[in-house]
Ligand binder design. Structure first.
Ligand code: NCD
Length: 306
């Protein structure tokens, strides 16, 4: 397995063996996330974020700092030369002179792949439109493994906006490498993208459902997502599905005691605040896991860990 110099564009570019290895390195990063390290001293990460972000960008930056590296970048494309009409290829061919690795988030599908074609340094996709968010999928898997001790033999539901949500696309692809049963729970108009569904259906059992109440008692993991308002071509369509799912204490009465709830965050109204105090809630632990997973990815692709 070779990670040094590699791009992370789609989770589909990685085998189960490679994913398991990345999760293993993430675990080894846990003590370093507390104590710090100078493993990446002298290395620079550039974060080019053309879309809003809190966790993805800050956790990449924190991960780099914890390993002794440093960061540059912008979180507001409005202030970069993009505003003057610079294209992505030129931006990337500029920034690669300043950085050893580039994390990019862009509203257009295919943007990260395009950047990787032009860049000499590794590109990490921090979210490409509604398409994919591979590093989120890795931290989701890491959280499941850490909390449940296994990814295999679980019943996992992805709930909410399966059409425009990029995290669920990457996570569904990732989970199809494991021996899981996948429940896809969404309103009719927000069903899982056909291309994702077709690929995963050939590998694992998939159950599509609109009513979360019908399946809640089966589940080991409930992965909840926000309805991606900003990606709806027609605001009227958003109004129709707004607030379709509400995970609340009433619903959870029928859940297994050890079922865990994950969410990539930000949450809007899909998980009631009083759920935070139940033993099911793991979405803030998930945020911590984002740090160790990103430390592992940076160390691997910069060749500091073999
Ligand atoms: C997600 C994203 O940006 O795709 N957030 C994240 O990276 N943790 C989810 C979302 O915006 O709903």
């Amino acid at each position: 397995m070779e990670f040094a110099g590699r791009d992370i564009i789609s989770i589909r570019d990685f085998s189960r063996e490679e994913i398991d290895y990345m999760l293993k390195i993430a675990k080894a990063m846990e003590p370093l996330a507390h104590e710090g390290s100078d493993m990446l001293k002298g290395k620079i990460l550039a974060t080019l974020f053309f879309e809003p972000s809190t966790r993805t960008r800050l956790s990449f930056e924190a991960a780099m700092h914890k390993l002794g590296g440093s960061t540059i970048g912008f979180a507001e494309a409005e202030i970069a030369s993009v505003r003057k009409g610079e294209n992505l290829a030129d931006t990337v061919r500029t920034v690669e002179n300043y950085a050893d690795v580039i994390a990019i988030r862009h509203p257009l599908e295919g943007a990260a792949r395009l950047a990787a074609e032009f860049a000499k340094v590794p590109i990490i996709n921090g979210g490409s439109g509604a398409e994919e968010h591979p590093t989120q999928a890795l931290l989701d898997l890491y959280t499941i493994l850490k909390e449940k001790g296994t990814i295999d033999n679980l019943k996992i539901a992805l709930v909410g906006d399966l059409r425009y949500g990029r995290t669920v696309h990457s996570l569904a692809y990732a989970l199809s490498n494991y021996n899981v049963e996948l429940y896809l729970v969404s309103p009719e108009s927000l069903k899982m993208r056909r291309e994702v569904l077709e690929e995963i259906k050939g590998k694992i059992p998939v159950i599509e459902e609109t009513n979360i109440g019908k399946v809640i008692s089966d589940l080991d993991v409930l992965y909840v997502t926000r309805i991606q308002k900003e990606r709806f071509p027609d605001p009227a369509e958003y109004i129709k599905v707004k607030g379709s799912y509400k995970i609340d204490l009433e619903l959870l009465r029928n859940a297994k005691k050890d079922m865990i709830i994950l969410h990539p965050l930000p949450r809007v109204d899909e998980i009631a605040p009083d759920v935070d105090n139940t033993p099911h809630a793991r979405y803030f632990q998930q945020v911590w896991n984002g740090i160790v997973v990103r430390m592992a990815l940076l160390a691997l692709i910069l060749g500091a860990v073999k």
